[in-house]
Design a protein around this ligand. Structure first.
Ligand code: HEM
Length: 403
């Protein structure tokens, strides 16, 4: 492992990604990193890969696992289990390894079926139209549409009552900040948010135990009653599904709208040809992914970027970079809604492949053409405000004039 590049330029580029300019446009920085070497070493020792093929290996190859919680201990958090935010995330399906992951994933996929998702089509169409009815004039697209649509869809599916959903926008944003950095202030807020989320879901699960419904939480409660999953697993799964169910989809809708507004020719195409929705959403996922980064640890030697990476290395796949790899995509920085043979990395891959991908796709495929048809003169009306994060990419505000 002598030819992994590190040094001043790599460190400077990785640091730049955390600045406002880097957040605004990480893509040229990704490209420069890839040009230095397909595998570079970050200041904290992690190996960063930026090619599409290597990112694919990182998410698919079983020789790479999720970071075990003791990685947190090594990162200076030996008491991670005492932090509700770290506990709720690091013991959830997302972070588990086999055999627990295999067992829990099978249980959850059994309740979160393609049929259940497809059955939501009429309800999602109704929600889209209702939200568009309320949106005309000056609006913040995030507050008026991109947040309420997915939070209501996943709320409906999971069985979180309508009146309770709105407060989760801030709670989940605070909780998921632990994916970014663990500074003491952010961790305190994340812990408070995670405690509120967990307590809320525990009460809701108790309600369903007394009075089961047809929602997903009731299905999970039934699995717990038959000892297929523990109370902890029930709560971490419900929290993960709820959070992942809207946070990322909110960002997909907002990132997509901005990409379209900046590419008026492509916007017009989607407005005129709603049948393009399917490939368009794949391209929008590729073009500006709501999830930019996933981390793994090697459990055996693996080839990455022509190098043999030994076991025990922390590897970070820059999915957003792989999505713009010229080795995989022709003219990767061009938004081309009709792009053929697309393969966005945005939902990950392998055993942790996003469980909600069919739902996120359906929401975006229904929402974006309807939005463009409803407002023929939709435009940006102010400065978008980015979420201050590296792995989750999205906006807290996207001001638009809808007419
Ligand atoms: C555009 C929207 C979305 C994006 C970009 C996205 C992205 C991802 C990615 C990259 C992963 C894998 C992480 C890893 O490998 O470490 C993942 C996993 C997951 N996602 Fe999504 N997601 C989206 C929407 C959703 C929705 C709507 C739901 C639920 C309703 C959901 C639920 C999950 C769950 C439960 C996992 C963990 C699966 C496992 O570890 O086995 N996601 N998502």
């Amino acid at each position: 492992m002598h030819s992994v590049m590190d040094g001043v330029e790599v460190t400077a580029l990785l640091d730049e990604l955390t600045t406002p300019a880097g957040r605004e446009d990480p893509y040229p920085r990704y490209e420069r990193l890839r040009a230095i070497s397909p595998v570079v070493r970050a200041g904290d020792g992690a190996l960063v890969v930026t090619r599409h093929a290597d990112c694919t290996t990182v998410v698919r190859d079983p020789r790479l696992g999720q970071l075990p919680p003791d990685a947190l201990a090594k990162a200076g958090y030996p008491d991670w289990a005492e932090h509700p935010a770290l506990r709720l995330l690091f013991t959830s399906l997302l972070m588990l390894n086999p055999p627990d992951h295999t067992r829990l994933r099978r249980l959850v996929s059994g309740t979160f079926t393609a049929r259940r998702v497809e059955a939501l089509r009429p309800a999602i169409t109704r929600m889209v139209n209702d939200l568009l009815d309320g949106m005309s004039g000056a609006a913040d697209f995030v507050t008026a549409f991109a947040f309420p649509l997915p939070v209501n869809v996943i709320g409906e599916l999971l069985g979180v009552p309508l009146a309770d959903r709105a407060r989760f926008q801030t709670l989940v944003r605070d909780w998921t900040q632990v994916l970014e950095s663990l500074n003491p202030g952010a961790l305190r807020r994340a812990d408070a948010a995670a405690t509120t989320i967990r307590d809320y879901l525990a009460h809701l699960a108790a309600d369903r135990r007394r009075e089961p419904g047809t929602d997903l939480l009731s299905a999970l409660v039934a699995q717990q009653a038959s000892h297929q999953l523990s109370e902890d697993e029930l709560l971490t799964t419900a929290a993960l599904l709820f959070a992942a169910g809207f946070e990322t989809t909110t960002n997909l809708l907002a990132n997509s709208l901005l990409a379209l507004l900046r590419n008026p020719g492509q916007l017009r195409l989607l407005r005129e040809q709603p049948d393009l929705a399917r490939p368009a959403v794949e391209e929008l996922l590729r073009f500006d992914s709501p999830v930019q980064i996933v981390s793994r640890i090697t459990t055996a030697p693996v080839e990455l970027g022509g190098l043999t990476v030994p076991a025990g290395e922390h590897v970070v796949a820059y999915l957003g970079a792989g999505n713009r790899d010229p080795g995989r995509f022709t003219d990767p920085h061009r938004l081309d809604l009709g792009r053929e043979d697309n393969a966005p990395l945005s939902f990950g891959g392998g055993s942790h492949y996003c469980l909600g991908a069919p739902l996120a796709r359906l929401e975006a495929q229904l929402a974006l053409p309807a939005l463009l048809r409803r407002f023929p003169r939709l435009s940006l009306s102010g400065e978008p405000q980015r979420r201050d994060s590296l792995s989750i990419r999205g906006f807290t505000r996207l001001p638009v004039a809808a007419s």
